[in-house]
Design a protein around this ligand. Structure first.
Ligand SMILES: Nc1ncnc2c1ncn2[C@@H]1O[C@H](COP(=O)(O)OP(=O)(O)OP(=O)(O)O)[C@@H](O)[C@H]1O
Ligand SMILES: [Mg+2]
Length: 442
């Protein structure tokens, strides 16, 4: 199975509720569900006589246009095509040269929604084209080292092993159990002879047990020292690097590290332009500026807020989303987020009505945190965006309770996607009323 199919399979398994070993779950959704619908494949439309005055249900034509906006902005999926990955050329090149040519392991780290999976996915497509076998899976807390590694071993194509050794290889994979060690894993991987293997462990930060970090570090070190044609790429939050080198400081020499720091505004603009091309709704210059201002370099937020703005333009049958469409969109995006995170959302409404001090200080701080979300020492060197002057945390910040937390002397938001929602609320259509009405929306 190629890289692209392996990611597709993984995503379809997640949706279909299939377990790691492929046993069927509660749904029979097709494996290619994620990529099944394209415009060309729309079922033929049959016209029916309306039997009653039209209800307030969008017509099929409108539904298709709405779908097009959803698909164009594709907020919940990692980027599918290299062309859609904007502003990451440097990172893709660093990963390709580090992992494929220098034979290092890779670590891709960055905050939620910054494009880690998108980046490794595009890297995987390039690596695939170079004849490298790329295997992908996401980690889960509570999985043992043996179970995790076995899930990859089972996917290795037998063609990578000497024809005379295939049977022995398969036996070793079968007997590789939940309690197997890094040393045993290296023994199995040592049988790979033909082509390079890259193993991508996404969601690495979901693993919290130190023992697991230690075992994975040992495996990486053993594989490097034995000069095997196998490389690992770990993908996770900013702590991923520290977690992995803690157990084996000498691993530093064998690792290429790439950070998905906030994107430069030009990349955000390119991203929005591609979405516009797909759905036929452009943004006015001022609307784009507003989106850049609020997204703070995050591709996830740019797509989300842009999508809401475009839907508002569509609702008015306009093919140009202007500032007011985007401002309404920010409102809607905030309300949507507040359903997932009501505690933080209520705090932000209270912030804007001045309950904890000057709202402007909070918004400036949120913006600073968003721009520096990936700002550990490494990311600082790599960031293309000029460093903004530091903004001190407002004194009333501690009154936000669990919404903020202190990690390594840095004040951060518990929900890493939250700062942009405070900035969004500040620019949203209803923000003026919010300040006047004590947080209650009309
Ligand atoms: N460089 C980019 N250019 C354009 N869109 C991007 C880029 N990076 C990410 N995106 C978009 O941003 C959203 C989040 O991307 P992705 O899922 O890759 O982030 P992530 O860091 O893996 O998130 P998480 O931490 O939740 O796993 C997706 O909609 C994706 O299509
Ligand atoms: Mg991801």
């Amino acid at each position: 199975m190629g890289w692209y199919e392996s990611v597709t399979q993984f995503a379809a398994d997640q949706i279909g509720g299939r377990g790691r070993n492929g046993e069927a779950g509660g749904s029979d959704l097709p494996d290619n569900l994620m990529f099944a619908r394209t415009q060309d494949e729309e079922p033929p439309h049959r016209a029916y006589e309306p039997v009653a005055p039209m209800l307030a249900i969008p017509s099929r034509l409108e539904t298709t246009a709405i779908d097009q906006v959803y698909m164009a902005f594709d907020v919940s999926q990692p980027v599918g095509q290299p062309d859609d990955l904007r502003g990451r050329d440097r990172e893709v090149k660093a990963l390709l040269s580090g992992v494929l040519h220098r034979r290092n392991h890779g670590i891709v780290s960055g905050p939620r929604g910054s494009g880690k999976t998108s980046l490794v996915r595009v890297f995987g497509q390039y690596a695939d084209r170079e004849g490298v076998v790329v295997l992908y899976s996401a980690c889960d807390d509570g999985t043992s080292f043996g179970e995790l590694i076995r899930s990859y071993l089972e996917q290795i194509p037998p063609a990578m092993v000497d024809p005379g050794m295939v049977e022995l290889f398969e036996q070793r994979v079968i007997s590789f159990g939940a309690d197997s060690s890094p040393y045993q894993a290296t023994g199995v991987l040592a049988m790979l002879k033909y082509s390079q293997l890259v193993v991508v462990l996404d969601e690495f930060d979901r693993i919290t047990e130190e023992d697991m970090h230690d075992k994975i570090s040992s495996l990486l070190k053993l594989v490097s020292d034995a000069r095997l044609p196998v490389r690992f790429v770990l993908v996770g939050g900013n702590s991923a690097f520290a977690d992995i080198v803690r157990a084996h400081p000498s691993l530093m020499r064998h690792i290429t590290r790439v950070s998905t720091a906030p994107l430069a505004n030009e990349a955000i603009e390119e991203l929005l332009e591609r979405c516009s091309q797909r759905c036929g709704i452009d943004f006015s210059e001022r609307a784009k500026e507003l989106l850049e201002e609020v997204a703070c370099g995050s591709p996830y937020h740019a797509r989300l807020f842009g999508m809401h703005g475009a839907l508002n333009a569509l609702a008015e049958q306009s093919d140009l989303a202007d500032v007011s469409h985007v401002q309404h969109g920010l409102d809607e995006a905030f309300e949507e987020w507040s359903l997932l995170n009501p505690h933080d959302a209520q705090n932000f409404r209270d912030v804007l009505r001045g309950r904890f001090g000057n709202p402007t200080d909070f918004v400036a701080f949120a913006r600073q945190v968003a721009w520096h979300n990936a700002d550990d020492d490494f990311a600082r060197d790599w960031k293309m965006q000029p460093r903004h002057s530091d903004v001190a945390p407002p004194t009333g910040l501690t009154q936000l309770g669990q919404t903020v937390q202190v990690v390594d002397d840095h004040v951060t938001f518990r929900d890493a996607t939250a700062p942009q929602f405070l900035v969004a609320l500040n620019h949203a259509r209803g923000s003026a009323e919010l300040r006047m009405n004590g947080g209650n929306r009309a």
